[in-house]
Design a protein around this ligand. Structure first.
Ligand SMILES: Nc1ncnc2c1ncn2[C@@H]1O[C@H](COP(=O)(O)OP(=O)(O)OP(=O)(O)O)[C@@H](O)[C@H]1O
Ligand SMILES: [Mg+2]
Length: 216
């Protein structure tokens, strides 16, 4: 699969001929320098940015053949995302932020969505903060809220793009640990971009990306 952006300076080839198969339940770490194409690759896999070449199959479905509405529905059912910045909605309480993806597309009844959100927040040791607003909790806590939000629809694939950037080392280890356990205990397929090589070692497989391509 490939991705080129057309810019005023001409075409930028961000991802070039990446051929990748990730078996269900695998934990894949993606490492590479800034600008090497990691986020572009993740966005294509996650159904957020259309490839300019090639196909993406998730759970057997060719996602970029789907009409937008179906892709959005598929994404919210099958995939969870944790990004570098948690992007919580500032005017909603923590529990509302977590429940929201379950309420969109009426995936769940409201009561069930809130029950599941509370459960996830307890599991992530955030039970004290359910009624707090995002600005009232720390960056690491916000990251954990984002993980809870990513899990509310029980996705089969979790996509994490530098989920621990800007956090102290201990918090980083704790968060990667959470993701690792989700993969091990629940069999969630995990694709994670990280700059931390020590943490990447915990993956089943490490992919190095340079200049938009995989390197051995
Ligand atoms: N929307 C865009 N329009 C034009 N060029 C883009 C766009 N997004 C990314 N690029 C370019 O594509 C290349 C890959 O960018 P990408 O964000 O995928 O890198 P990355 O490996 O995630 O980097 P980082 O570690 O800094 O997050 C870069 O040269 C970047 O400038
Ligand atoms: Mg990036």
């Amino acid at each position: 699969m490939g991705k080129s952006y057309s810019t005023e300076r001409g075409l930028v080839h961000a991802v070039v001929g990446v051929d990748l198969r990730v078996p269900a339940g695998q934990f894949v770490a993606i490492v590479g320098r800034s600008g090497s194409g990691k986020s572009s690759l993740m966005a294509m896999i996650g159904g957020l940015s259309r490839p300019t070449r090639g196909v993406v199959r998730v759970s057997g479905a060719e996602i970029w053949k789907m009409p937008d509405s179906r892709l959005a529905e598929f994404r919210s059912r099958e995939m969870g995302f944790v990004f570098q910045f948690p992007s919580l909605l500032p005017t909603l309480r923590i529990i509302d932020n977590v429940a929201l993806p379950a309420l969109l597309n009426s995936r769940k009844e409201e009561a069930a969505a809130y029950e599941k959100a509370a459960e996830l927040l307890t599991e992530l040791e955030l039970a004290d903060y359910v009624d707090a607003y995002p600005h009232e909790i720390s960056a690491g806590e916000q990251r954990r809220v984002a993980i809870a939000r990513a899990l509310i629809n029980s996705p089969s694939l979790l996509i994490a793009d530098e989920p621990t950037s800007d956090l102290d080392e201990q918090t980083e280890i704790e968060i990667i640990d959470r993701l690792y356990r989700l993969n091990r205990d629940r069999g969630v397929t995990l694709i994670m971009v990280t700059h931390n090589l020590a943490l990447a070692q915990r993956a089943d497989r490490i992919l190095h990306i340079a200049n938009g391509g995989l390197v051995a």
